[in-house]
Design a binder for this molecule. Structure first.
Ligand SMILES: C[S@@+](CC[C@H](N)C(=O)[O-])C[C@H]1O[C@@H](n2cnc3c(N)ncnc32)[C@H](O)[C@@H]1O
Length: 208
């Protein structure tokens, strides 16, 4: 189970800074314990739909919603399943985004050689997932490629910008991947910190 960490908190704070979720229909994709779903519901969302591929995560998210009597529905599934729901006014995601070399893959955080295995399909799907005027907040590491995310979102006719960033020391996962990150030129050799960023994507109203 992925316990909420710096990236989770950075995204939750970015959501509060964005004005919260009052009366909105919210998607939390890759919900884990449901931390972001709970935050969104407590900020006044009309409904929160949460998805995760891990059965244990879905059960935990359901339990966390139920004990707080919050309007969260947690489902098991990936993006294909999500696309049968929605659209949503707000999409939140802290997806797996750690680049890895194929060994020690852990679906809680590993996301392929460039770390974009879950992120890219999510970016491409946002126009279909968002209502006109809706927005998404996605958190990931600088090592996953912030410019690539911004370009991909803009190519999908969304407005995109970085709205929050925080530099943090490598945790145990990145320490164990440091050699791969250096060797693949994703991180400066010898660096021991990463910048975690929140990217915001807005789907404009038609004609604006
Ligand atoms: C980095 S954790 C984030 C958890 C939580 N949202 C948070 O911020 O604390 C990523 C979560 O994504 C889930 N996950 C991984 N691949 C997925 C996929 N393709 N579709 C949906 N969920 C996925 C994992 O099971 C894990 O719970």
């Amino acid at each position: 189970m992925y316990r909420p960490q710096e990236d989770s908190y950075l995204l939750a704070n970015a959501l509060a800074d964005a004005g919260g979720t009052e009366d909105s229909h919210v998607l939390d994709f890759c919900t884990g314990t449901g931390f972001l779903a709970v935050n969104a519901a407590m900020m006044g969302a009309a409904s929160v739909t949460a998805f995760d591929i891990a059965p244990r995560a879905v059960l935990t998210a359901r339990m966390n919603a139920w004990t707080r009597r919050l309007p969260i529905r947690a489902h098991r599934g990936g993006l294909d399943a999500v696309l049968r729901h929605g659209p949503f006014d707000v999409v939140l995601s802290n997806p797996p985004y750690v680049p890895c070399d194929g060994e020690d893959r852990d679906p809680r955080w590993d996301a392929g050689a460039d770390g974009r295995g879950v992120l890219d399909p999510l970016c491409d799907s946002l126009p279909a997932l968002l209502t006109p005027g809706g927005f998404a907040l996605i958190v990931h590491s600088e090592f996953t490629g912030v410019e690539t995310t911004l370009r991909r979102l803009r190519d999908a006719d969304l407005k995109a910008s970085v709205v929050a960033r925080r530099r943090i020391p490598f945790g145990p996962v990145l320490r164990s991947r440091a050699d791969y990150l250096y060797a693949s030129h994703l991180a400066e050799p010898g660096s021991t910190t990463e910048e975690v960023v929140v990217v915001r994507a807005d789907r404009p109203h038609p004609g604006r």
